[in-house]
Design a protein around this ligand. Structure first.
Ligand code: ADP
Length: 324
């Protein structure tokens, strides 16, 4: 194989640049020319394709976001649109692609593989919502951002005898909420996989108020309640704590990648290039424990999500000791 491409697709995540950098450097060291595709699949159909610069690659490891841009292109599900992408790749003699993104992006990668362009996916998302990888590139950085934010909110809640409802990202995956709750000792936890009703949250904070605790931190996953500010008002009305809601929002997506995210990005990128050199496609790289694995994209898309209710309940028990 002589020429490959690399692109980032779907939601951005810290560490995507480290992955792009490693693809460029590792492939180049294997005498493969690398092309970067700007703005994901959108760049493929618009021919926003440029030869990668090795000096540039070295300089982007520490950058947040994705320097080569990302985009969403729902039309990519249409074969006519993908044919344009394949024609552009053929024009540059690009034979294979590394696609860094979430499982939506893998669908596109699988379709392209079926059209003769071997694609290998890397798990790039802060949400950790790729079922067949224990961790994804970007998760650790986002988690650290969240933990720092919750610690800061706790300081002021404790000073003023207040409660806070903090909404974190995660898409349909509760890992950011769960791991952040473990790391901060959050008093009340409601995650996508282990959801509390609004009334259960109100009741739990009210029970904590009766113990005389000075501050309460409630961590909730996004997309679960119609309005966390309204939820905070309900908590305040019942518990007596002055209660504020904070939606952490896009701060969670940015920032320089953590060392662990860079490590996963670089090692999985090299592993992906190895698959391409071996002539394979339609694969996606995941972390199984501490081991990198290459799995069939088709087989991973239907894997069931792990049930984390028991783990979440254990943390709830740990973090609410004072109630017993
Ligand atoms: P993520 O990769 O983070 O899950 P999306 O779900 O938005 O993000 O998917 C990213 C892109 O992947 C989409 O905008 C689209 O271009 C492409 N894609 C998603 N599903 C398909 C599909 N079924 N067939 C072809 N391309 C797809």
């Amino acid at each position: 194989i002589k020429k490959i491409g690399v692109l980032t697709s779907g939601g951005d995540a810290p560490g995507m640049n480290a992955a792009v950098s490693a693809v460029i450097r590792y492939a180049s060291s294997n005498k493969i020319e690398v092309f970067v595709i700007k703005d994901g699949y959108k760049g493929l159909i618009n021919d926003w394709i440029e030869q990668a610069d090795i000096n540039y690659a070295q300089n982007i490891i520490a950058l947040g976001g994705t320097a080569i841009g990302s985009a969403r292109l729902p039309e990519f599900a249409d074969i006519k649109v993908r044919e344009k992408a394949v024609a552009n790749l053929k024009k540059h003699a690009i034979e294979a692609l590394v696609v860094i993104g979430g499982d939506g992006s893998y669908m596109g990668a699988q379709r392209l593989t079926e059209m003769g362009i071997n694609c290998v996916g890397l798990p790039g998302t802060i949400d950790n919502d790729i079922v067949s990888s224990d961790y994804t590139i970007g998760f650790d950085t986002a988690l650290n951002t969240i933990v720092q934010a919750i610690d800061k909110i706790r300081d002021t809640m404790q000073s003023h005898n207040r409660a806070a409802v903090i909404e974190v990202m995660g898409n349909q995956c509760g890992d950011l909420a769960l791991y952040a709750s473990i790391a901060t000792g959050a008093d009340v936890i409601s995650t996508s996989e282990s959801k509390l009703t609004e009334q259960e949250i109100v009741d739990q904070v009210t029970a904590i108020a009766k113990t005389g605790k000075r501050s309460v931190v409630v961590v909730v996953s996004e997309k679960m309640y119609p309005d966390v500010h309204a939820l905070a008002e309900k908590v305040e009305a019942s518990s007596g704590y002055v209660t504020r809601a904070t939606v952490l929002g896009h701060i969670q997506r940015g920032g320089s990648p953590s060392a662990m995210d860079r490590h996963l990005a670089v090692t999985s990128a090299m592993f992906a290039v190895d698959q391409i050199i071996a002539g394979k496609g339609g694969l996606y790289i995941g972390l199984d424990g501490t081991k990198l694995v290459a799995r069939d994209i088709n087989s991973t898309l239907n894997m069931p999500r792990k049930d984390k209710t028991e783990e979440t309940n254990k943390i709830r028990f740990l973090n609410a000791q004072f109630l017993k």
